[in-house]
Design a protein around this ligand. Structure first.
Ligand SMILES: C[S@@+](CC[C@H](N)C(=O)[O-])C[C@H]1O[C@@H](n2cnc3c(N)ncnc32)[C@H](O)[C@@H]1O
Length: 120
């Protein structure tokens, strides 16, 4: 199943305000006061989850953005990033190699519109 960048852009306008504030608050509280965080976003698309929660996380952020669609991954990495933020894009087919996606230490794993929308 493939998802176009245009479709994801249309969704993001509605998804962002519809994200559960209780979950966002819990994530923010869990990492409040920590100097840094590493996040793996499974099936990142163009990076909407990072855009939705980055401002609520510690300033130093290392993101691993995972998807099997190379064109979406290319869009998920902005040309400029705030100081202290790194993004690594990781092309992985989650149906075949979930372990590769979760390689290394990670503080937070996110997966937005994956389990409910993607069948493998
Ligand atoms: C509905 S989109 C959600 C994108 C993003 N998380 C969001 O909320 O906007 C589903 C994403 O899952 C990715 N995807 C689907 N099957 C996958 C697979 N087998 N391995 C990795 N990514 C996959 C698609 O490329 C797409 O980016």
């Amino acid at each position: 199943m493939s998802f176009s960048a245009q479709w994801l852009e249309l969704r993001e306008r509605y998804d962002t305000p519809a994200r559960n504030p209780g979950v966002l608050d819990a994530v923010a509280a869990a990492f409040a006061g920590k100097p840094a965080i590493s996040v793996t976003d499974l099936a990142c698309g163009t990076g909407s989850t990072r855009r939705a929660i980055a401002a609520r996380l510690p300033v130093r952020q290392d993101w691993r953005l995972v998807d099997n669609d190379l064109s979406l991954l290319a869009r998920a990495r902005p040309s400029t990033l705030p100081a202290g933020v790194t993004i690594t894009t990781v092309p992985v087919d989650l149906a075949r190699d979930l372990e590769a996606a979760l390689d290394g230490s990670v503080d937070l794993v996110t997966a937005s519109a994956l389990l409910d929308l993607v069948s493998v």
